[in-house]
Design a protein around this ligand. Structure first.
Ligand SMILES: Cc1ncc(COP(=O)(O)O)c(C=O)c1O
Length: 376
């Protein structure tokens, strides 16, 4: 019997290393591994979906790009937050930021190309680059875990198709300062390479402001990837969007048409309500994350673990001694080894504080014991 053959492309990508950690830690483990906000989806978003379902408005395909009313809400969001005006047809509603990243890669990257990715960085960047047949080029971060535009510029070769930026960042919590974002825009424009800007954590910034390359002149070499997953605690709804120039949208839409047809209709109604409704939920979530961050940082400092201050998202990425992550997992605390996010993450751990303060304090007790055990 012929053995099944798999594409060369699929054999290039390993399964995500993050899942292994959850399995190793057991069922009643303390969880600082998960990357989703622990808040309910705002009620008005849920209700909008329920109403649409009840009224039979969510039964059919929507336009491929997504409901016009949702895209208008996205246009208004970019006007409000980025101060830029976007055409309603230059947006595609996607199945989360994950699909947006996939569309951006598939539409712009060929076999043999290079894509510059932050290292450590979100696991999808290197994997989707490989799936497109291209090679990820990891760029190490600065000591404060921000991505250095000069390092990105140095890594550009004649094969570079794109570079990925992500602020606020997973797994580091780093937020790119305005001058760096302006530099990334200049690099995209001057080197004529695509900047893929992953802004799914936009609203979770504690100190300073979020900046997008949309605010600067990229010469059109920009795809912004967005999602309601982390903005409004809606990971399960699988709804995001991409924003780009018409020619790029046209190419991404071809993939989206064949692979997806359209994003889930009920989720589109929910996302529209989240974007247009009361935004105070966002402030409440951000204030809560900031309090938790401070509890975590104080606790880590007491233990003697050095951690650059994360200014956004809900992750911290301290340097940890050898054996620390395994010791924590054995003691029932789920944290993710830094090298799950690239070689540049070695010697670090990613701690997610999308969990309540009591859990963070319990986790700190475990970390203190684990630290003693490996440094004795
Ligand atoms: C940096 C980053 N980008 C994109 C995503 C994808 O999120 P979603 O597909 O839920 O929008 C995640 C999810 O963890 C992420 O951390």
């Amino acid at each position: 019997m012929a053995s099944p053959t798999f594409s060369d492309r699929i054999e290039r990508i390993p399964p995500s290393g993050i899942r292994d950690v959850f399995e190793a830690a057991g069922d009643d483990a303390i969880d600082m591994g998960i990357g989703q906000p622990d808040f309910p989806t705002p009620n008005h978003a849920r209700e909008a979906a329920v109403e649409a379902i009840r009224a039979g408005r969510a039964d059919s395909y929507t336009p491929n790009r997504g409901l016009e009313s949702l895209r208008e809400a996205i246009v208004a969001k970019h006007e409000r937050d980025q101060g830029v005006s976007v055409d309603v047809d230059d947006v595609i509603a996607t199945a989360g930021g994950s699909e947006g990243l996939h569309l951006a890669m598939e539409a712009h990257v060929d076999a043999g190309d290079e894509v510059i990715v932050p290292d450590p960085g979100f696991v999808s960047y290197a994997a989707l680059t490989k799936l497109a047949g291209a090679d990820p080029v990891p760029v190490e971060l600065r000591d404060d875990l921000t991505l250095d535009p000069a390092a990105v510029e140095d890594a550009i070769t004649e094969d570079t198709a794109a570079f990925v930026i992500n602020s606020p960042a997973n797994p580091t919590g780093a937020v790119a300062p305005r001058e760096d974002v302006a530099e990334f825009a200049r690099i995209a424009r001057e080197h004529d390479v695509l900047c893929i800007s992953d802004e799914v954590y936009e609203y979770t910034v504690f100190d300073g402001d979020h900046h997008s390359p949309m605010e600067f002149d990229t010469g059109g070499n920009l795809v912004v990837v967005h999602s309601v997953s982390k903005l409004y605690s809606m990971t399960g709804w699988r709804l995001g969007w991409v924003t780009a120039t018409s020619d790029r949208i046209d190419r991404m839409l071809r993939i989206h048409q064949y692979a997806q047809a359209c994003a889930s209709a009920p989720s589109q109604f929910a996302a529209e309500a989240a974007l247009t409704g009361d935004q105070s939920v966002v402030d409440e979530m951000t204030a809560t994350f900031k309090r938790r961050r401070d509890v975590l940082l104080d606790g880590l400092a007491e233990i003697g673990i050095d951690c650059p201050t994360p200014r956004g998202a809900f992750y911290a990425m301290p340097k940890v001694p050898d054996g620390f992550v395994d010791e924590c997992i054995e003691r029932g605390l789920i944290i993710v080894p830094g090298d799950a996010f690239g070689d540049g993450g070695a010697g670090h751990a990613r701690l997610s504080y999308a969990t309540d303060e009591a859990t963070i304090r319990d986790a700190l007790d475990v970390m203190a014991d684990a630290h003693d055990a490996v440094t004795e």
